[in-house]
Design a binder for this molecule. Structure first.
Ligand SMILES: C[S@@+](CC[C@H](N)C(=O)[O-])C[C@H]1O[C@@H](n2cnc3c(N)ncnc32)[C@H](O)[C@@H]1O
Length: 211
């Protein structure tokens, strides 16, 4: 059930789409409140959330004065512990992290590399089972629900999409893994294709959403 396989900048095409399309669009739509909420919904040991933090710091200086929070959740408490520590072995940083980003955003500590305090302060990690009642979470502008749907039954998938929909802002985006689709949730999301990558936008507006 809890295979924690992950890596930094997993699936480059998704990060290209975020950099070139999704984040610029969110900066436009949220410019009045200057607030951005991102959810790594099966965060595993944290590389996905920290990759997003690096992408924002590297390419969107304007966000330095914004209220930005990346929330990583997972069902595996050991994985959450690793994510909170933000300390990775050479094998882990060698997978997907360009050398320039490694020395800029992590510090070497013996055999391990530790995420910089600035990135850690942008991220928080919490327990959540996507198939059960979700904990109190804000409404998110971007949800990464990647490489976890394959563990769920079709019925569970539907209920997970309903929960994700409830927590996605009207102007928000949901991104799945490269080989995943939201085909059984067409009443909740519609798909858009850009930069070789699908992302999903919420259709109906739920009755109440809080940020
Ligand atoms: C293969 S990893 C994917 C990590 C990351 N999203 C990525 O794409 O690199 C799948 C993660 O989903 C988590 N997971 C499995 N079932 C879950 C559930 N019901 N609720 C929350 N997380 C779950 C596992 O613990 C694991 O960390």
């Amino acid at each position: 059930m809890t295979i924690n396989e992950t890596s930094f900048f997993r699936d480059h095409c998704l990060f290209d789409a975020l950099r070139e399309t999704v984040v610029p669009q969110l900066i436009k739509s949220n410019s009045a409140e200057r607030k951005l909420r991102i959810w790594s919904a099966a965060a595993s040991t944290g590389q996905e959330a920290y990759s997003i933090a690096m992408l924002l710091c590297e390419h969107f200086l304007t966000l330095e004065s914004w209220d930005v929070k990346i929330v990583g959740t997972d069902i595996s408490r050991p994985a959450i512990g690793c994510a909170r520590r933000g300390s990775y072995r050479r094998l882990e940083v060698n997978r997907g992290l360009p050398a320039r980003m490694l020395v800029k955003y992590l510090t070497r500590d013996g055999e391990e590399w530790e995420i910089a305090p600035k990135l850690k302060s942008m991220c928080e990690f919490r327990y959540a089972n996507l198939c059960a009642t979700l904990p109190a979470l804000p409404t998110f502008d971007l949800v990464l629900l990647r490489n976890v749907l394959l563990y769920f039954t079709p019925q569970d998938r539907k209920s997970v999409f309903r929960g994700v929909h409830q927590h996605t802002s009207e102007r928000g985006y949901v991104m799945l893994g490269a080989s995943e689709q939201a085909e059984d949730s067409t009443t909740l999301f519609h798909a858009e294709f850009t930069k070789q990558c699908y992302f999903y936008r919420p259709i109906a507006k739920p009755e109440s959403r809080s940020r």
